[in-house]
Design a protein around this ligand. Structure first.
Ligand code: 4AD
Ligand code: MG
Length: 479
């Protein structure tokens, strides 16, 4: 058994001197053939280890290079150096894994995020990515904690499906058919009856439709899993593989849905602020430094910390789609023709430049836009009495734009069928979804939170590729 170490986080927080401990980790720097700074991923703060001159073989010290894995036994002593209360006076040093200095791409200096993306297998070992992924973990944990405390049941929805939940058609096909000679049917079309599942299948774009089934038994459920979209959008907000949290609740209308989403987002951000304060402080500092490069008008008005505090302490603004269009029509950028997509009027889909104007310039806080035109929203959303809008809601946050999309669902069978037919949604394939409207149908609602967009918002990272360990984007599936 080798695991008799103390984690550096625990050691630093205990600050107890005069005892012997063993630590293990990776060398960040080795100065003056004497001072090792060691990190084991438990915290952003490195442990200073002192290897007193003359105590250790030169041949051993030569192997202590940046990136090398070390096991150190030593005595915890008060530190005279600044920046730390304690340090470890080494009595035994063992190099567990060498790291050739001339080949190791991570040097103790500032690397660009773009470069680090190319060495994503090593970027976990940097301060920035250490902090980002500890915060990501805290948020994931808080999500389960929030729902568990409320009595929601966690449902695992399928990854491979035969339906297109969003009706968006941007899906990755799953097949075992031989691409070189595809089987054809009588009409010359690809014969999916010969495929693995006996039908055409794809990776899921959302677990919502299945979550709705579970919600009509458990009343409150949620999913938290990977979802896939073959959208060819190379932006800082889109991934081809991303994680989504989708709560689905029976006996909730749109108003209840909005309230839950707001409470949920505030809860998980507050949790991260309480449990990863050190990492968030580091990320706030990183962002402030990055923004110093920008012209004054492009910098954020609030620091990351202030922004998060603001979000957990203030109600989100609520505005109807109709009112949002009026605000945009009258806005300065629209009048000065500064928008790439001019605001043509009621019925248009909001582009991200419009959403960002609303949250960043007009309201300056998170905004919930609701009651969208039915024509631009998915088939399952509940039709409002005005005959034009559906009970949909999107939550937008500063710097990111849309973070949540949700709605009250159409629970009335005739209304749902009518809308499915008008939108060419294959009712035969969704027989089970329609069954739920025949057997004990109830008003119900739900939403989807894009996990990486949330992590971006909380960590202040500008590019979504930097908040998921191994991003999947068009043209990129390395690692
Ligand atoms: O708005 P969307 O498409 O909604 C749904 O999928 C619904 N079924 C949710 C529901 O009601 N249960 O996606 C929800 C959220 C978006 O607001 C966004 O945060 C995120 O998922 N998202 C993406 N995140 C990263 N990359 C992409 N390509 C994303 N597409 C959507
Ligand atoms: Mg959406």
């Amino acid at each position: 058994m080798i695991n008799q170490r103390i984690k550096i986080k625990a050691l630093l927080s205990e600050e107890a001197t005069g005892r012997e401990v063993t630590v293990m980790g990776w060398v960040r720097t080795f100065r003056n053939n004497q001072f090792i700074s060691l990190n084991d991923g438990s915290t952003n703060t490195n442990l200073q280890i002192v290897a007193e001159l003359g105590q250790f073989d030169e041949s051993l010290l030569k192997k202590i290079t940046t990136g090398a894995a070390l096991k150190v036994k030593g005595m915890v002593v008060p530190s005279i150096g600044k920046g730390q209360k304690i340090e470890l006076k080494a009595t035994e040093l063992e190099v567990l894994g060498e790291c050739p200095a001339d080949e190791y791409p991570l040097q103790p200096k500032k690397h660009s995020l773009e470069f680090l993306r190319e060495i994503a297998h090593l970027r976990f070992r940097t301060n920035t990515f250490g902090a980002v992924f500890r915060v990501r973990h805290a948020l994931a944990y808080a999500i389960h904690k929030f729902f568990h405390e409320k009595g929601f049941i966690y449902i695992h929805t399928p990854i491979i499906t035969a339906s297109d939940a969003e009706g968006a058609g941007e899906m990755f096909r799953v097949t075992t058919l031989p691409l070189e000679h595809l089987p054809r049917d009588e009409n010359g079309n690809i014969d999916y009856r010969q495929d693995f599942f006996g039908r055409s299948t794809n990776l899921t774009v959302s677990g919502q439709l299945e979550a709705e089934l579970a919600a009509t038994a458990f009343s409150e459920v949620y999913t938290f899993g990977p979802t896939f979209r073959a959208e060819n959008s190379n932006t800082t907000r889109h991934l081809a593989e991303f994680w989504m949290i989708e709560p689905e609740m029976a006996f909730y209308d749109l108003e209840d849905n909005m309230l839950l989403a707001e409470e949920f987002i505030q809860y998980i951000i507050r949790f991260a602020m309480e449990h990863t304060a050190e990492d968030l402080a580091f990320l706030a500092q990183r962002l402030a430094e990055e923004e110093k490069q920008l012209p004054q008008d492009k910098r954020s008005e609030m620091s990351l910390t202030e922004k998060l505090e603001f979000v957990v302490n203030n109600r989100f603004e609520r505005v109807t789609y109709t009112d949002a269009i009026e605000i945009l029509k009258e806005s300065a950028p629209n009048k000065k023709k500064k928008f790439q997509f001019p605001v043509t009027g009621w019925g248009m889909d909001l582009q991200s430049e419009h959403e960002r104007y609303l949250v960043e310039k007009h309201f300056r806080k998170p905004v919930i836009i609701y009651n969208y035109p039915g024509a631009i929203k998915a088939f399952y959303m509940r039709q409002n009495d005005d005959g034009k809008t559906v009970a949909a809601m999107d939550i937008l946050v500063p710097g990111i734009g849309e973070i949540v999309g949700g709605s009250q669902r159409e629970e009335r069978p005739e209304k749902l069928l009518e809308r499915m037919r008008s939108m060419n949604i294959p009712e035969k394939e969704l027989w089970w979804y329609l069954d739920i409207r025949r057997f004990g149908s109830v008003p119900h609602s739900g939403f989807g939170l894009g996990f990486e967009r949330l992590v971006q918002f909380v960590t202040g990272m500008n590019n979504i590729r930097d908040v998921i360990p191994f991003p999947r984007t068009p043209g990129n599936a390395e690692f």
